[in-house]
Design a protein around this ligand. Sequence first.
Ligand code: PXL
Length: 290
Amino acid sequence: MNAVKRVAAVHDLSGYGRASLTVVIPVLSRLGIQVCPLPTAVLSAHSEYAGFRSLDLTDFMVETVAHWRALGLWFDALYSGYIASARQVGVVEDFFRAFGDERNFVVVDPVLGDHGSLYPGTGEDMVAGMRRLCGRAGVITPNLTEAALLLGRDPRGRVSPTEIVGWCEELSAMGPRHVIVTSAPHEEEGVVATVAFDRVDGRAWRVACERVPASYPGTGDAFASVVTGCLLNGESLPVAVDRAVFFVNAGIKETFGYPHRPLDGMNQERAMRCLDAPLPRYGYELIGGG
Ligand code: PXL
């Protein structure tokens, strides 16, 4: 047992634009979790900025994992996000195999794309790589585009709100017990849904939230980090999702009202208190199973 819960965070470090480790570390820290980064790459700025520079750290990851083994470290959770190259997938799989056991859990945020497209610099080969990583996870947090890509569906195709639970079940059949799909459609205009499924009890949950007419990179990292921290803190799946939606919505609201450049991400610094304030209400609903 670690006195303070400890998570290994397999994400990149982007020097500018709030994403990956510059989101993961403060969020999990505020939730009372120690973060141990296993950086996948160092970028000048996240990959949605034109002209970004990237240094792939695959070889150094192998060295770090060897050192961590020698130190006899144990993590309460292993949590991956942006993977810099298809070759790196194998290194992360080896890491999960070496450090995963029956007492901890693996979270894979399959960072591939958004709004129907792959991120710049992310190739089709990464889709197959992320499928492999998801197969080793207990929890996955794809957005709607990533869910479609993982399932081999058209990421620009239309999907109805009721079909999403079926998608979650299909994704869960690939390995993970918990599947959480963000940016999912809702039958009401102007509302976006987050749908969560637990294969063990067969229940599906939904948290609805108003759609804000703006998009910020890094919100997926914030979402998955809150879910990871809340699960480590013993919250149930729907309450963890409720908290994550609350935090991301607060961060967006703390940004949208200012003149801003959306690529710079959301003003998470102004929303940190939403991680330990009481939830204003429980917004989740049971939409399947049970
Ligand atoms: O927010 C996901 C993410 C993580 N890491 C890098 C990215 C992105 C999204 O654009 O570019 C480098």
